[in-house]
Design a protein around this ligand. Sequence first.
Ligand code: C2O
Ligand code: CU
Length: 488
Amino acid sequence: MPDRRALLASAGALAAGLAASPLIWPVRSVAAVLPPPATPHGGRIVDCELVAAERSFALPAFSGRSLPLWTFSATSPPPELRVGLGDRLRVKLTNALTRPGEHVSIHWHGIRVPLAQDGVPYVSQAPVEPGRSFIYDFVPPDTGTFFFHTHCNTAEQLGRGLSGILIVDGDEVAPFDAERILVMRDWRIDPERGTFLPFFTDEGASGSGSFGPVRTVNGAVSPKIAVPPNANIRIRLINIDATRISQIGLRQGNGLVIAVDGTAVEPFALKDWWLGPAMRVDLALRTGAAGSIVELVDYFAEAPQVLARLEAGGAPVNSPALTEPGLRAGRMAMPDLAQAERLTFELTATATGARMSAPGPDDFSRVVMDSLCLSQKSFWAMNKQSWPGGDHARLPPPLTVLRQGRSYVMELKNVSQVRHPIHLHGHSFRVLSSNKRTLPVHWADTVLVAPRERVEIALRADNPGNWMFHCHLIEHQEAGMMGYVKIA
Ligand code: C2O
Ligand code: CU
């Protein structure tokens, strides 16, 4: 039986998990990324229920209007689930949407789940039709900052709000004085009329995506976020937008990047980090005196845009300033670069409407999808294959077949005119290098590839299954830039 029902953060679990840790900051002689946490045994069982339904919300950014959002819970979207490393998460998903055929599922983005928990209709589970339920049950193997979302008709479903946050605690050696979760997303609404704009447009899908005119952090436009003065703060910054790519920096403050896509990195100063759709970054920063403000800025906008203001107020904490706020390292198996096989994936535009893939001999390709999971148009391809569109209702053959346990270096080669945030399910990969940028070698589950850029990633193919591999600019995904990698 479940020992607890929890939907929102459980501060108790956080405290319990840290009780055995020394309450001091690591000193300079300590490695900036600490050894990974031990494999935990017998965590709690955390049960929760998510009900996908239409609910009216008047978010601060909607200037007094209510919009019929689609959300997973009645709390202000997105809901936040929080567990400790080793906890078993059991989520009952119920589809209470009323539009006929509008099925849902939950993809746990960045979580290395077994295939049956991956939440891709037809690929890893049957779609959850209106009125039906499905229970996800897994132990997240990694600590960090994650999110979740549905995986068909995603431009509309994510655009209307079907997403949530998942935090897995256990990477901190000593607690921060405070933590703030900042969720960035646009809303595709007409601010005058308070109605949704089309979530998929040919212009957006064939270009850089359809942007939402109302840009928000935590549901508000450039909100003030209260933080304690003279304190060490952890910011979990999550881009859940379907389209928007930002280049994140701070004004009037200094921050360190301490994790990328949930996994610790050797801390480095935040200057202008690219944050595309689905990407996350964790920051450590020291707040100033009461009244001081640190601005979170997007430098990729036409003029630098203030996304949020972190305003110090209330009683100062006056904890010692952090020197090396190291987190515990990820628990992924390192790829063996010396033995790795090399593969190339070309990211290309297709002729409008062209369909380039054909069902293959693979058994799997006999699976027939419904219209909600098919591409609307084919503007994009990976290695000349577009995700089946229109009447092309069979799954294509895999982009490639990887041998379980082997290591691979994959070159992602963008020969198109726009940026693509490329995401692989079921694994984290090492981002090794770019021909255009200097990047720290780091773990990620989504990597941004600019026009004419070639990014090398590496992974150990240790999770068997058919894993989606796609652009996370959702209109690109829905216009063909999606395939899957088979690991057997
Ligand atoms: Cu967050 Cu297949 O995606
Ligand atoms: Cu793309």
